[in-house]
Ligand binder design. Structure first.
Ligand code: ADP
Length: 395
């Protein structure tokens, strides 16, 4: 069966068509500038890329162009829409309502709408993607896969904030965590590799990309994670500040004479390694600048590695041990220099870096030496495949 995986943003829509038998990507692509003008980039497997600048006044028209591209006689990959057996939608926030993926019904849509408050930029866009697909493929079963669901197993002591309890009761202010699809996918694979799928286990997953988060996974369940009420918390990221003293927000609003909204915007979009270095949010640029003597780029990289190491240490403490650690996402899979910097802090766990293995990029491998007490792996993440698998399992 072919599963159509949709990740809908406010003005964009990313998709993949995956053959669930072979798990091959038959086509993938991106619609950009929806509601502004519109551009479709469609990449069918084994054929030339197709790019079209076409008017996309709304998401329904974007989905319609994608479905046309998928069934087109030249750059298409299927003959007719009936070859799409299911649709899997990535949904950012499921609040406390969703601890697992679900088949989409009217009731599910209402429940997702009730979480809009928690992710006002993302959830409404995700819902628009659902209604656009439902309008064009009314008979096809659809599944919602939530970024937050995997972390719903966190215990209260991990997800509560030190705030008056009624803010949790009234407004659901708590840690939710994100990147759940990736943490779930990579932790399952890691448990497979170390042969602990059905036995007690303690692993730490470091999803290090433009957005970064770390999760402690005990017996296959998330027990703590570094992102919080929003993805702003935790690690220092490409452009996000990560955790800081909340009093800084009010202080900066006063000094800069801007609104709280604007300060949060600065913390999300102008901070992190980009803000610290003044160079870039991309770790390749940062490393190049650091090597050529840029002190701020160097300190940005050091701060990133330091905080990753601090979270690993705190999760070893949370779980009273760790069996294995995995690195994933853009930086985790590709950036040998950053991995080496993080390893500098892991000696107390009996971990030594295998320099030869660490020099490789983007493939599944063990990067700790065979005699390391705790093994460290690189495991490429694949959120679209994870969504396709969840979708198939539910329909
Ligand atoms: P997103 O959160 O947008 O999905 P990614 O997981 O794609 O982010 O990660 C993007 C980051 O991965 C970039 O900051 C980039 O520095 C890093 N990255 C990607 N490829 C490489 C590479 N070959 N070497 C070093 N860093 C890389």
């Amino acid at each position: 069966m072919n599963v159509f995986v949709v990740n809908c943003g406010s003005s964009s829509l990313k998709y993949q068509l995956i053959n669930s038998d072979t798990e091959e990507v038959i086509a993938k692509g991106l619609c950009e500038r929806i509601g502004i003008d519109g551009k479709l980039t469609h990449t069918p497997a084994g054929k030339d890329k197709y790019v079209a600048e076409v008017p996309m006044p709304d998401h329904k028209s974007a989905v319609s162009y994608v479905l046309d591209a998928l069934t087109d006689s030249e750059h298409g990959v299927i003959k007719e829409l009936s070859e799409i057996g299911a649709v899997g939608h990535r949904i950012v926030h499921g609040g406390e309502k969703f601890a697992a993926s679900v088949v989409i019904t009217d009731e599910v849509i209402t429940a997702i709408e009730e979480c809009n408050d928690l992710a006002p930029l993302h959830n409404p866009a995700n819902l628009i993607g659902i209604s656009a697909c439902r309008a064009l493929m009314p008979e096809v079963p659809m599944v919602a896969v939530f970024d937050t669901a995997f972390h719903q197993t966190m215990p209260e002591k991990a997800y509560m904030y030190g705030l008056p309890y009624e803010y949790y009761e009234n407004y659901k202010v708590r840690k939710y965590g994100f990147h759940g699809t990736s943490h779930s996918f990579v932790s399952k694979r890691l448990l497979d590799i170390i042969g602990k799928t059905d036995t007690p286990s303690k692993v730490i997953i470091c999803h290090l990309g433009n957005g970064s988060s770390i999760t402690a996974v005990k017996d296959g369940r998330s027990v703590d994670t570094s992102m919080g009420f929003t993805p702003l918390d935790g690690l220092i990221m490409g452009t996000r500040s990560g955790s800081l003293d909340p009093a800084v927000v009010q202080f900066l609003a006063g000094k800069l004479n801007v609104s709280l909204d604007e300060v949060i915007n600065i913390l999300n979009k102008k901070s992190g390694v980009e803000g610290i270095s003044g160079v870039s949010s991309d770790f390749r640029d940062l490393y190049a600048a650091s090597v050529s003597g840029n002190a701020r780029a160097k300190v940005a990289l050091e701060m990133f590695a330091y905080r990753v190491a601090q979270y690993i240490g705190s999760y070893v403490a949370s779980m009273n041990g760790v069996d294995a650690i995995a690195f994933t996402a853009g930086i985790g899979e590709n950036n040998s220099e950053m991995r080496a910097m993080i390893f500098e802090y892991l000696g107390y766990l009996g971990i030594t870096l295998d320099k030869e293995a660490n020099a490789k990029r983007g493939e599944e491998l063990m990067i700790s030496t065979p005699d390391s007490r705790v093994k460290v792996y690189v495991i490429p993440t694949n959120e679209e495949l994870a969504i396709a698998r969840e979708t198939l399992a539910l329909i």
